[in-house]
Design a protein around this ligand. Structure first.
Ligand code: GLN
Ligand code: ZN
Length: 764
């Protein structure tokens, strides 16, 4: 018999029930008990679905009201002392305070005084778009079994008659994912292990057969101390006597594969999608008394599996390992939408190619049944090869691309001279990142247009009014390079993906981003091209209203790729280059319409970086190439900007320079301009606009504060290279906030210009 299971299930429910239950609870409309009841119903439903699909175990411990890492913070009793929680604060209240911070008022009323109420920091879960809450450690952190939640959920599943596989994040990954102050977090391992021991004993005592213990950091380039910590740690955990299934995913194990095979656990899960070659190795190296869980169904993407091919992969393993082989998805299904069945508007050309979460359960089960030689409960059709995925014109265009297409005609210095002659910008030019406040009026117009209540002409009129307003505001503020404001865009990826050939949108394809927030990534399923201009009309209209230059605003090819589900029948690089050609066409059309400055946003360039350093070069190579192809349509006198935010740039500075954008605007205010030192050390050659204030906060800094930030920037980057701008787009702010902050920003630029201006000769 070949058992089958999953590493985790999407949490929010078919109709995002958890999202709405959470938000209603946060608004104070429903009690915690009601929220918990919704959560219980969802779990029961998720387990029933796993069971109905024919899985041998249901996953317990993957559910979380907000985030599974935060669940572990409570389970392990390491809530940061800075919150100052007293014994009287209920667990669920503490949970949401750590997740979301204390609201201003509650914090002021907090009698504890001096306790920080800021939420735990949030960051990306490995290379996914899921954000987890970062545990905080210091030298005083202690651990103990401190929450009943996991055990209650196990009991719940058992009461429903399920065979339970419990799951936990492993101790090494848990420490790795946290951050520590004034100490090495690995030093906490000794203190942490007894808490894990207690948890494992409790689980075992409940009659649970298997505990999945996730150590995804085994797929990273680990420092030696972390690698060597694994063996002794797992020997200590083994004392609890639970059968552990060590789960790894997202990345090849490489030098850690033998280590993983050697650990004293009862089984090992490998991600056979990200590292197909390691499956056979693991099958050879893993002792035969241990279970090998083969993650062959792609948990990170939406394509239907080729089950015949997968059967060919796992059947030889079965011959070797008999019932010590399990089948599964590569990773948790948290990262894919729940149900393809909910999509009624997807075309018959694309739909047969897809499998979402529920369909993947069926695939896993069908594969296990096929291995066992019996019929699956839901036999599946093989994916249909669709001829419509190919567009020979796009493929030929890419094949014929010359190196010149990736290069601007002249080097930066020459371009700068030509652009300056055309734009006549003052020193320290001021600009914004693109979006202006998305007001209720704008949302209403967009919704009415979508619902059919507002016709195309009426919608166009409404957007033009917004553009006119945004331009007037910017002129009044005295900004140097204006934008049209992006009123027509709901989302910087969706806006383009709905206009590009090769992208499909779903109706309900939600994936959790963090807490109650979801995204609905488009699906790139066929060759990409741009049937018609996408932004030219808005940009040209804005330009017609002013004599100041208006900056055209595009989302770059890497970001469009990164924030979509990408076809897996050709290399990601090829898809990205196709998108680059489409954006290149838009650059050419904007330029032709008289737009002299064009920004190509690439906020996702950094996050696309592979988890393993060895793969960086290849990725940076094609992603930089894609940007350069997109920008390469610009004449020397057209100024290309790019924008990136909220990422660690220092390790990819050469790639950022290789983009050869004339101007880069970046987030820098949160790090107090420290980010710029990397650019200075690297002697970044082109112009830079370090964000002088944080747009995520409603706080409006005064002009002196922004001038000080600029002063600091001018201390490391020659002033002649500097631009002045906010951190990011202003769409989440109100007009009052945006107007006030930008007025101070323009003043700050004025102050700095005066300080930098050559002093008139002193008279005597
Ligand atoms: N141009 C976009 C905006 O201003 C950039 C958004 C982003 O960087 N994520 O909203
Ligand atoms: Zn940004």
């Amino acid at each position: 018999m070949t058992p089958c299971h999953i590493l985790g299930f999407p949490r929010l429910g078919k109709n995002r029930e958890l999202k709405f239950a959470l938000e209603s609870h946060w608004r104070g409309q429903t009690a915690a008990a009601e929220l918990e009841a919704t959560a219980r119903r969802l779990r029961a439903n998720h387990w029933a679905l796993q069971r109905a699909a024919g899985l041998d175990y249901v996953s317990v411990g993957d559910f979380a009201l907000y985030d599974h890492v935060l669940n572990h913070v409570q389970l392990l009793g390491c809530e940061p002392a800075r919150f100052g929680f007293g014994a009287e604060t209920p667990e669920i209240e503490r949970y949401f305070i750590m997740a979301r911070g204390r609201a201003g008022e509650a914090a002021a009323a907090c009698s504890c005084g001096g306790h920080s109420s800021a939420a735990l920091e949030m960051t990306k879960w490995f290379d996914t778009n899921y954000h987890y809450l970062v545990p905080e450690f210091d030298a005083d952190t202690q651990f103990r079994l401190a929450s009943e939640r996991l055990f209650d959920e196990i009991a719940e599943a058992q009461a429903q008659g399920h065979r339970v596989k419990a799951q936990l994040i492993g101790p090494l990954s848990f420490l790795w994912l946290g951050k520590s102050q004034g100490m090495e977090r690995l030093e906490l391992l000794d203190r942490l292990l007894p808490a894990y021991g207690a948890i494992l004993s409790r689980i075992k005592g409940m009659g649970v057969e298997w505990v999945q213990i996730d150590e995804p950091i085994l797929g990273l380039d680990l420092p030696p101390a972390w690698r060597t910590a694994f063996e002794p740690a797992y020997h200590r955990l083994a004392a609890a006597g639970a059968d552990l299934l060590l789960a790894t995913y997202f990345s090849p194990l490489r030098e850690n594969l033998t280590l993983a095979c050697r650990l004293p656990v009862a089984g090992l899960h490998v991600d056979a999608v990200r590292a197909p070659e390691e499956l056979a190795q693991a099958a050879d190296w893993l002792p035969l008394n241990k279970v090998l869980s083969a993650g062959v169904v792609d948990g990170r993407n939406v394509w239907k599996s080729d089950l015949d091919r997968l059967l060919g992969v796992v059947a030889p393993l079965k011959a070797k390992r008999a019932d010590r082989l399990w089948v599964s998805a590569s990773c948790s299904l948290l990262h894919v939408p729940l149900d393809l069945g909910a999509e009624t508007a997807l075309g018959e050309d694309i739909k047969p190619l897809l499998a979402f979460g529920l369909q993947k359960l069926d695939e896993i089960s069908a594969l296990a049944h096929a291995l066992n030689g019996d019929a699956a409960p839901h036999p599946l059709a093989a994916p249909t090869a669709s001829g419509q995925r190919q567009d020979p014109a796009v493929q030929q265009r890419l094949a014929r691309l010359t190196p010149e297409a990736e290069r601007r005609a002249s080097p930066y210095a020459r371009r700068h001279t030509l652009q300056q002659a055309r734009l006549k910008l003052p020193p320290l030019p001021t600009t914004t990142i693109g979006s202006f406040p998305q007001t209720a009026d704008i949302r209403r117009a967009r919704a009415a247009h979508k619902a059919g209540g507002l016709d195309a002409a009426g919608y166009r009129q409404a957007m033009r009014e917004e553009i006119r307003h945004a331009v007037a505001e910017q002129e009044a503020l005295g900004l140097d390079v204006l934008v049209h404001g992006e009123a027509e865009r709901n989302d910087m990826v969706e806006y383009f993906s709905t206009q590009l050939q090769g992208f499909a949108a779903t109706q309900h394809g939600w994936v959790q981003s963090y807490g109650s927030r979801c995204v609905k990534p488009p699906i790139i399923w066929s060759d990409v091209s741009r049937p018609a201009p996408m932004t030219v009309e808005w940009a040209a209209y804005a330009q017609s209203l002013t004599s100041k230059p208006v900056k055209g605003m595009l989302t770059g090819p890497v970001t469009l790729l990164q924030w979509s589900f990408v076809r897996d029948d050709q290399p990601r690089a090829t898809t990205c280059l196709q998108i680059a050609l489409a954006i290149r066409d838009e650059v050419a059309d904007l330029q032709h319409a008289g737009i002299a400055v064009i920004q190509i946003d690439e906020p996702a360039l950094r996050e696309g970086l592979p988890l393993r350093r060895a793969a960086w070069e290849d990725y940076l190579d094609w992603s930089v190439r894609a940007f350069r192809i997109a920008a390469g349509a610009a004449d020397d006198a057209t100024q290309i900007h790019t924008h990136m935010c909220y990422a660690e740039f220092n390790d990819i500075l050469p790639a950022i320079a290789a983009l050869d954008a004339d101007v880069i605007t970046i987030e820098a205010s949160r790090s107090n301009m420290e980010l710029l030192e990397g650019f200075a050390r690297f002697s970044y050659p082109n112009a830079i606009g370090p964000g002088v204030y944080d747009i995520h906060s409603p706080r409006v800094p005064d002009s002196a504060e922004m001038a000080a930030a600029l002063e600091k920037a001018a201390g490391v980057i020659p002033a002649a290279q500097l631009w002045v701008n906010p951190d990011c787009g202003l769409k989440t702010r109100s007009w009052e906030e945006a107007r006030a902050a930008l007025a101070h920003m323009v003043d700050a630029a004025g102050l700095m210009r005066a300080r930098l201006a050559p002093q008139p000769p002193a008279r005597d």
